[in-house]
Design a protein around this ligand. Structure first.
Ligand code: IMP
Ligand code: MG
Length: 177
């Protein structure tokens, strides 16, 4: 991992500020008492999920789902499979899928297909990062932290071959992608 250079793109302070704003937006958009199921996609979204959940001022239920796209380079291969399912039924529930980054859109369009079959009352996406230039499938996130250019980023949950997830800042990993 030492042959790569890291360049800070979004500082921890900016991330925290933006996550608080997203939490306010979500609180405002889901008035009422019914539980909101926040589904974090393992593993990249766990840190964003944990911070976003605490920025939402209403009842939430935390769920996780595991998805893997085959291959572990810097681009997804287009094939997706479910590696860990939800613990709870989401039938009739408001669902917010929490993802680290929308890139090609392949992962989320697959996952939305799976979740919609379970008849939730509503389903929306919160993504920390969006790389709109790379989209291959039409996926629209209702809540986006930051739109970024087509560069490979790590930190705040995002990895390169499982490294760098614990960085507090989001950094461009130079020399890959
Ligand atoms: P998609 O299916 O192409 O939208 O890819 C989404 C997944 O690819 C994300 O959940 C990430 O795991 C991974 N990914 C895409 N871009 C990056 C990046 O810049 N850094 C780290 N992981 C990324
Ligand atoms: Mg991921």
């Amino acid at each position: 991992m030492s042959e790569h250079r890291l360049r800070t793109l979004i500082t921890a302070e900016r991330i925290q500020e933006r996550v608080l704003q997203l939490g306010e937006d979500i609180t405002r958009d889901y008035p009422g008492e019914r539980p909101l199921y926040m589904i974090g996609i393992l593993k990249g979204a766990v840190i964003f999920h944990a911070d976003l959940a605490r920025a939402v001022r209403r009842t939430v239920r935390l769920e996780f789902i595991g998805i893997s796209s085959y291959g572990k380079g810097t681009t997804s291969s287009g094939e997706v499979k479910l590696t860990k399912d939800l613990d709870a039924s989401i039938e009739g529930a408001d669902v917010l899928v929490v993802e680290d980054i929308v890139d090609s859109g392949v992962t989320l369009s697959y996952l939305l297909g799976v979740l919609e079959q379970r008849k939730p009352r509503s389903i929306r996406i919160a993504a920390l990062l969006d790389k709109p230039e790379r989209r291959m499938r039409p996926v629209l996130a209702s809540y986006v932290g930051f739109s970024i250019a087509d560069e490979f980023v790590v930190g705040y949950g995002l990895d390169y071959a499982e490294d760098y997830r614990n960085l507090r800042d989001i950094c461009v990993l130079e020399g890959v992608g």
